[in-house]
Design a protein around this ligand. Sequence first.
Ligand code: NAP
Ligand code: ZN
Ligand code: ZN
Length: 348
Amino acid sequence: MSQASGYAAQSAKTPLGPFSFDRREPGPNDVVIDIKFCGICHSDLHQARDEWGGGIFPMVPGHEIAGVVRAVGSAVTHFKVGDHVGVGCFVDSCRTCIECTAGDDNYCQKGITLTYNGLDKQGQPTYGGYSDHIVVDENYVLSIPENLPLDAASPLLCAGITLYSPLKHWGAGPGKRVAIVGLGGLGHMGVKLAHAMGAHVTVLSQTMKKADDAKKLGADEFYAMNDPETVKKLANSFDLIISTVGVSMDFTPYLAMLKKDSTMVLVGAPEGNSQLNSFGLIVNRKSLAGSMIGSIEETQEMLDFCGRHNIVSDIEVIKADYINEAYERMLKSDVRYRFVIDLASLKN
Ligand code: NAP
Ligand code: ZN
Ligand code: ZN
């Protein structure tokens, strides 16, 4: 066992604070990673405040982990000391079900082992990336291309793959009109990735505040949903809409902007139920779908794609003692566009 230091929520009602805990003794297939940076995902906030229920406390959040290999077990073949590596939302799966064997391990039928707020196969709680090191089986460790800086690459491990997977699955590319709803951590990665895939990209934001930023990120068009003309103007416009909004909402106005036979995909995961009027789907045979992160294989494919296209996140690097303030700012949509914790700040 090794002693780790990190930041944890002791309960759903308490702010995060310093926390010491044990990491398992590395086995032959394990990689020990010195965590350099960890992005703050809105899912961290949902879970630290137990908005989805079933939270395991104390909870050390963090699943956008970027670091450097400190040591490898005797059977590890893909990694060596000093490599730049990442860990995303899960650190194990059953490896034998139909989804795992098909390379869709994120949809493991027995359930993935979450990087934090989960139980490993020994029944021990998992602790995430708001910490100085982590021990992970090499099959769930990703290679981060050397040309990408570790701080700005860390959000690719969740925000990046969560948008890459549906963009690819639903065919974003040249000649396709894609709308991204919500320009936050996930949304801004969606803009960059969809643009790099060759799609025509529109951002649907609450207000016009982020319009200039969106163009710089690669958006072709930007509209505010608080303008009553937006939905009328954009009726029957999009081949694909991806919503990253993490609060309950009415999908009906968004569905009106889809073309016939097109799909709106939800990746935003609010605690409550949302609404829609069935006619929003019936007329013009539209679909409403969901998507959850991506497989290990697809995550590596996304990282390699980002390496080739030089895509990283726009970040604000913070010290660990700023996490609680960062959460409050995230709730106000005041992030440009991902908070990333510098774990060296744990030592101070
Ligand atoms: P974020 O950085 O807070 O971004 C969410 C964005 O949604 C905001 O920046 C804002 O964009 C928009 N928004 C906020 N409140 C809104 C409201 N009341 N009405 C309309 N739009 C609103 O969060 P994130 O880290 O990108 O995560 C977004 C959601 O995705 C969370 O629920 C998270 O748990 C979920 N998630 C899902 C997966 C998955 O696998 N499906 C993976 C990761 C995260 P504007 O300022 O542009 O309006
Ligand atoms: Zn996440
Ligand atoms: Zn499985």
